[in-house]
Design a binder for this molecule. Structure first.
Ligand code: SF4
Ligand code: SF4
Length: 99
């Protein structure tokens, strides 16, 4: 199996170094897209059955499974609500973000 490449951060020292055309500013690992969110998922673990469906459906891979329990990574979650929609227990609430 080939070794996974390390993502490199792209740094511009001034706007003159920036490209004339739009481009992605490097890996999503460096772009904490959670700032885009205005609602966030909150999981009621007392009702969670550890099925992992939220983890499977999250389009941003923003749900980790820690000791079998789902945990939202708010650095990257964009608040799309898909996890809440798909949860069979309906134990994920989308709540307004405090700014
Ligand atoms: S709200 Fe969307 S991005 Fe955030 S954890 Fe749920 S599915 Fe993933
Ligand atoms: S989909 Fe719902 S019940 Fe299943 S692991 Fe996620 S939060 Fe728990």
């Amino acid at each position: 199996m080939s070794k996974k490449k390390e993502a490199k951060k792209i740094v511009f020292n001034s706007e003159k170094e920036m490209p004339a055309a739009p481009m992605s500013l490097g890996s999503m690992l460096y772009n904490k897209t959670g700032a885009w969110r205005n609602i966030k998922p909150v999981i009621d673990l007392s009702r969670c059955i550890k099925c992992g469906i939220c983890w499977k459906f999250c389009p941003d891979a923003s749900i980790d499974i820690v000791d079998d329990w789902p945990q939202v990574n708010y650095d990257y979650c964009k608040g799309c609500g898909i996890c809440a929609e798909e949860c069979p227990q309906k134990c994920i609430a989308m709540v307004e973000e405090e700014k």
